[in-house]
Design a binder for this molecule. Structure first.
Ligand SMILES: Cc1ncc(COP(=O)(O)O)c(C=O)c1O
Length: 369
């Protein structure tokens, strides 16, 4: 089978001039996605209204995301961001007697922001050890009093991949619901919510899902969704103007979605499902393993030892990461710095040589210091 970059690179104009390695923040824009954005714009410009088409696109984005994670469309809500998804989830738990929530040091800060604002809850934060987290570490903190456990599938700083299935089994045993933040994995690492036994999962569209900001998806297991009454819910979360909660995860929706982002997402997700996330994972894994070795051979320090599941990014230690990223940008190498790490986050359109080129440029910056 033809390698993925050769087959699909021509869809991404930016990669002709830039080394695009920032999928953990914003991936390159594909031509079909760009056309979808333009379609939304043109329908307003040339036809004046596009409400029905926009609603259809919303359903098609929902269907594609459901397919991507092994869920049913009724189990997917369209929300403005991952942060909003978690706020809606928090607003739906007041009916439970239990008021203890667990999350991890590996979670994106928005998770702790949401729970710090919920004064009714006590929280436990599971620390990382050697930059990783073993499922066993959850055993002590998830108790019979835990209503919800929040875990990231992939660490946003260094790409560490968690064993969500093992964590889900443990949280179920203790009677806790499980919320998975899949923003750093959806689109390049396979997800099967049913196989995992996850209760809820969220992912936004601008990273590996190839879309733009303004929307995210929230999965809520059907039977669970029907039993919850989110306080953060409004007319897009109802069956009609006067009706009560919609069935399934739709009840977690509030107002009109950012349709322009919806158009982009529907097109991007259809491309991803067409290619298949397992193929993408195989490719990204292979080029990242090569890049980790290449960087280590050059004496660069990697953030996480590539033990366990191979991370889908290469995170290089650098106390001046932002400054380095700005210098790389001048050389048309686009990456995403975070704290004291330079993150090189490829997708299916990237090649092994592009990662090596970025590493060469980083090594050149270091040796010029
Ligand atoms: C893992 C993870 N979760 C959540 C967020 C926040 O997403 P949003 O801005 O959609 O709330 C980010 C943003 O970078 C992230 O990387």
């Amino acid at each position: 089978m033809e390698p993925l970059p050769q087959r699909y690179r021509q869809l991404f104009p930016t990669v002709r001039t830039h080394t695009m390695l920032a999928s953990c923040s914003q991936s390159a824009l594909a031509e079909p996605v760009s056309r979808a954005i333009k379609d939304y714009h043109d329908s307003l410009l040339l036809m004046g209204t596009n409400w029905n088409e926009a609603i259809e696109k919303t359903e098609s984005a929902r269907n594609e995301f459901a397919k991507l994670i092994g869920a049913e469309p009724d189990e997917i809500a369209i929300v403005p961001s991952v942060s909003d998804a978690l706020v809606s989830v928090a607003s739906s738990l007041s009916g439970f007697r239990k008021k203890h929530v667990v999350y991890t040091e590996m979670d994106f800060p928005a998770v702790s922001h949401v729970w710090q604002a919920q004064s009714d809850y006590t929280v436990s934060v599971i620390p990382t050890i050697d930059r990783g987290l073993h499922p066993k570490q959850y055993e002590k903190d998830i108790t019979d009093e835990t209503v919800l456990t929040c875990v990231p599938h992939v660490h946003y700083r260094d790409g560490f991949v968690q064993d969500v299935k093992a964590i889900a089994e443990m949280s179920k045993k203790k009677g806790s619901l499980l919320f998975v933040d899949a923003y750093q994995s959806a689109g390049h690492i396979p997800i099967d919510v049913k196989e995992w036994g996850a209760d809820m999962l969220a992912a936004g569209t601008r990273k590996y899902l190839l879309g733009i900001p303004g929307m995210a998806f929230l999965y809520v297991r059907k039977e669970l969704a029907d039993a919850l009454k989110p306080k953060s819910s409004a007319w897009f979360g109802r069956g009609g103007f006067d009706a009560a909660y919609a069935t399934g995860a739709r009840r977690f929706q509030t107002g009109t979605p950012a349709f322009i982002s919806v158009y982009a997402a529907a097109s991007a997700l259809s491309l991803l499902n067409h290619i298949g996330v397992s193929r993408i994972r195989d490719h990204v894994k292979t080029i990242c393993a090569d890049a980790c070795q290449y960087a280590a051979d050059k004496g660069l320090q990697l953030a996480a030892a590539p033990a366990g599941d191979q991370p889908g990014m290469v995170a290089i230690r650098d106390e001046r990461a932002s400054e380095t990223a700005a210098l790389l940008k001048k050389k048309k190498v686009i990456c995403a710095p975070r704290d004291s790490l330079i993150r090189l986050a490829p997708h299916f359109y990237n090649t092994k040589d592009e990662l090596r080129h970025a590493i060469d440029e980083i090594a050149a910056v270091f040796s010029a210091r």
